[in-house]
Design a protein around this ligand. Structure first.
Ligand SMILES: CCC(=O)SCCNC(=O)CCNC(=O)[C@H](O)C(C)(C)COP(=O)(O)OP(=O)(O)OC[C@H]1O[C@@H](n2cnc3c(N)ncnc32)[C@H](O)[C@@H]1OP(=O)(O)O
Ligand SMILES: O=CC(=O)O
Ligand SMILES: [Mg+2]
Length: 349
């Protein structure tokens, strides 16, 4: 175990000093694109203006023969594009692949000054983060970077879930964690072939009312991801880093996508992945608190004065704890309003 006093020391001579906290930046959607796909790449400058985070994906969904082209494509796009306030992330190949070393070395050396976060797939434990942490420090020092590139882990193996608390605490570089339901389902040998979302077979059924076990018994579909998202949210919250829901693969089913994103938002996630342009506005809508919730939070905070005691608002008791809930809502609304003039007008903060 590391000496706690050394936790914030750089891991290489000349590397930037780690920061003690992750500054919150609007992160409602991480928009994935394949830098080796010319059509998608051409859309990046426009899409970057509409999203909070744009991510050049080098891992799954990029064909093996396109791995080098995707890496170089990302370097070219990053050099040619002004991303403004939008964060630029990449998802590198997994740590057991033949590509990841060149991914990290090339990207930090060539575009390290533009990259905010490196997403690492299939993280199984803190040892994976320690490896990336040291390597990044060496490369940052060599490239003369003056700020750290942060690290985001995907939670998508059974071992990763078992170690999620240690992963979240592994380094001051940790920015957040995303649920990866597709690889996680495979790793756990779950019997669903869907990318995220629910399954009609995972349900509870009303008790029988008579002899006929098949008559009049309603069924209720349950959430396959509730346990893992909740555990991930707790691991992130206890380490002051940010939890995200990952992919929703049924691109056409915009209704269920919105439901899945909203479940994650209500449980504490700050954003989700968008795999297709149609998912960008869904994430924007879901992960921005509604003006009604913001107005209610404002009323409660104003009525609570110094935040202690209890008051009645619209027939409901509000006290120190519900005031803190309202402050969470208001903090998020304020940071989103700074980036989004439409929300600023709707929230009237
Ligand atoms: C499951 C585990 C994971 O790891 S999920 C993360 C990895 N997967 C990904 O990153 C997938 C990213 N998305 C995609 O590859 C495509 O959106 C898929 C799903 C294949 C659909 O593409 P396609 O059949 O072209 O859709 P479409 O005809 O409706 O596209 C309309 C126009 O939009 C473009 N487009 C599509 N997706 C993106 C994107 N993510 N970013 C930017 N542009 C995108 C298409 O190229 C198409 O362009 P055009 O109108 O033909 O010029
Ligand atoms: O990478 C994401 C996943 O669901 O797998
Ligand atoms: Mg995956």
């Amino acid at each position: 175990m590391r000496n706690p006093r050394a936790f914030l020391r750089p891991l290489a001579v000349g590397a930037p000093k780690p920061s003690s906290d992750v500054p919150f930046r609007p992160s409602r959607m991480i928009h994935f694109f394949d830098p080796s796909n010319e059509k998608m790449a051409a859309k990046v400058p426009d899409i970057a203006m509409k999203v909070d985070i744009i991510l050049g994906n080098l891992e799954d969904a990029v064909k093996t023969e396109k791995k080098e082209a995707a890496r170089q494509g990302l370097v070219d796009i990053a050099k040619a594009t002004d991303f403004g306030d939008t964060q630029l992330w990449t998802r590198v190949n997994s740590l057991d692949s033949p590509w990841v070393l060149d991914d990290i070395v090339t990207l930090v050396t060539e575009i390290g000054d533009k990259l905010d976060v490196i997403m690492v797939p299939k993280v199984e434990g803190p040892q994976d983060i320690h490896y990336v942490d040291r390597l990044l420090a060496q490369l940052e020092a060599r490239a003369g970077l003056d700020r750290q590139i942060l690290v985001h882990a995907i939670l998508e193996t059974a071992e990763g879930v078992a170690n999620v608390e240690e992963i979240a605490a592994a380094s001051p570089r940790m920015q957040g964690i995303s649920l990866g339901p597709a690889d996680l389902a495979a790793s756990r040998r779950m019997k669903t072939t869907r990318v995220g979302g629910g399954h009609p077979g995972y349900l509870v059924r009303q008790d029988p009312t008579g002899e006929d076990l098949t008559a009049g018994r309603a069924t209720y579909q349950q959430d396959l991801w509730h346990y893992t998202i909740s555990r991930m949210v707790d691991a992130c919250a206890m380490n002051d880093i940010l939890p995200f829901y990952g992919p929703f693969g049924d691109i056409k089913d915009v209704v269920a996508c919105e439901d899945q994103f909203r479940n994650a938002f209500l449980l504490g996630c700050v954003g989700a992945w968008s795999l297709h342009p149609v998912q960008i506005d869904i994430a924007k809508k879901v992960f921005s608190p509604s003006p009604e919730d913001v107005a209610h939070a404002k009323r409660v905070v104003e009525a609570m004065g110094d935040g202690s005691g209890a008051v009645m608002i619209d027939g409901k008791m509000e006290d120190d704890a519900s005031c803190k809930q309202c402050l969470v809502m208001l903090d998020l609304a304020k940071s989103l309003a700074e980036r989004d003039p439409e929300l600023a007008a709707a929230y009237d903060l």
